[in-house]
Design a protein around this ligand. Structure first.
Ligand SMILES: [Zn+2]
Length: 419
């Protein structure tokens, strides 16, 4: 509307003068775990940053005021395990057709930041950056695959000669702040080399390593990975897959490897994906108190069309397992931001980028499906009403930031009405 003020039932009053803020979200329940806020608060945004979070902000101070009473206002969700290196045309490859373009699948679920988990390696990261990272509205960060050629299936990912920790670290340091981790994945062999090289790269570049532990090999037991090879702060994803000894066969709770790994500071991430989330593992592990440090999707063309739908679906599953909403939000915002050392994200501190999700929690009868096709019924579900990226609406399900159509300026011939 080019600076014009329009007053509607949803956009409350705003005066022309003395407006300190671009946007005020009024009356929502703010959950900002970093700042230990879980209460009804107003949130004001200016120049794409969080300006104030307070019990009451004078609506006259906002150029636009949006009523979000009855909704939850959280930091934009941070999904640290996705696959978004789309567009190369390569078949059966995560550096190609298995990946999705992030903007099509993020904002509608409240996600404002994703971390691509190793689709590219040091040889093709800059192609990925040019094709996707630099063109996306979504904040896209990346973990480099320890395989130089990236996550391209078959023999490419098994090539020990293309696992060069130093070259990987050099590329990571060249793109500091965008490359936020190193990924080891899908390795089937008995060797430790992929993990040792990943840790070498992570140590040189001072960033965490995330491991998808590939084939379960007795030569490299999970216990040794989690208690000896990885460093505190490194991330074990697919924690509820049950594929590599995550679960104790007798108690059905977490294995000794998982318990000792956590005690040592290893981070545990969901990474639901198309084959890595079983109720038969998640139910007893959560019951035993072994909950995720971070909740993530492992989004790709396969997973998103099966049991895993999107970030909110994975969060709903955690609610269905009995985790409180505040804890689920913590593990979808501030924890993952910290894990990848991006502490300006995942929170609503004054001065932080105004990446915000406005969520509705609805009650009803819902079914949640794991990667074997088993269903667990639940009674709560999160819906994303509004997503802000740097203070601007990137998704608005019910038009709460828009005006009623009768109040739009008359359209000039051929002109497109817009905000
Ligand atoms: Zn993955």
């Amino acid at each position: 509307m080019r600076g014009r003020i329009v007053i509607t039932g949803l956009c409350l009053a705003a005066g022309v003068f003395g407006q300190d803020y671009d946007l005020v979200l009024k009356g929502g329940h703010v959950i900002d775990p970093k700042n230990q806020i879980s209460a009804v608060r107003d949130v004001a945004i200016k120049d794409g940053k969080i300006a104030v979070v307070a019990e009451r902000i004078d609506p006259a101070k906002g150029r636009q005021v949006v009523n979000v009473a009855g909704l939850y206002v959280t930091p934009g969700l941070v999904d640290i395990h996705v696959h978004v290196y789309a567009g190369t045309g390569e078949r059966n490859s995560y550096a190609g057709d298995n990946s999705v373009y992030p903007d099509g699948f993020t904002f509608r679920s409240g996600v404002t930041t994703v971390v691509d988990a190793g689709c590219s390696g040091w040889r093709n990261f800059e192609d990925f950056k040019d094709r996707v990272i630099d063109r996306s509205k979504t904040r896209v960060l990346a973990m480099l695959n320890i395989v130089g050629a990236g996550m391209r299936g078959g023999r490419v990912e098994q090539n020990l000669d293309d696992m060069d920790g130093k070259a990987t670290a050099t590329m990571a340091l060249k793109h500091k702040g965008v490359v936020v981790g190193i990924k080891g994945a899908h390795f089937a062999g008995p060797e430790w080399k992929p993990y040792q090289q990943a840790v070498l790269a992570g140590t040189i570049a001072n960033i965490p390593v995330m491991i998808d532990y590939g084939a379960n090999r007795p030569e490299r037991p999970l216990y040794d990975l989690l208690t000896k090879v990885l460093r505190p702060g490194d991330i074990y994803t697919h924690m509820y897959s049950g594929l590599r000894g995550e679960q104790d066969p007798e108690t059905l709770g977490p294995s000794k490897a998982m318990v000792e790994g956590r005690a040592r500071g290893i981070i545990f991430d969901v990474g639901h994906g198309g084959g890595s989330f079983l109720w038969s593992v998640a139910v007893p592990l959560v019951k035993a108190g072994f909950i995720p440090d971070s909740i993530s999707t492992d989004l790709h063309v396969g997973s998103m069309n099966s049991g895993m739908k999107d970030m909110l679906n994975v969060m709903d599953k955690m609610l269905a397992l009995g985790m409180p909403l505040d804890s689920v939000i913590l593990r979808s915002t501030w924890n993952p931001a910290k894990e990848v050392k991006q502490e300006e994200l995942g929170n609503l501190s004054v001065g932080a980028p105004a990446d915000v999700a406005v969520l509705r929690l609805i009650d009803g009868h819902f079914g949640f499906v794991d990667t074997r096709g088993g269903r667990l019924d639940g009674s709560q579900k999160l819906i994303c009403e509004l997503t802000l990226r740097d203070g601007k609406p990137a998704w608005d399900l019910n038009g709460i930031t828009h005006v009623e159509w009768q109040k739009l300026e008359p359209a000039r011939h051929g002109a497109r009405p817009g905000r």
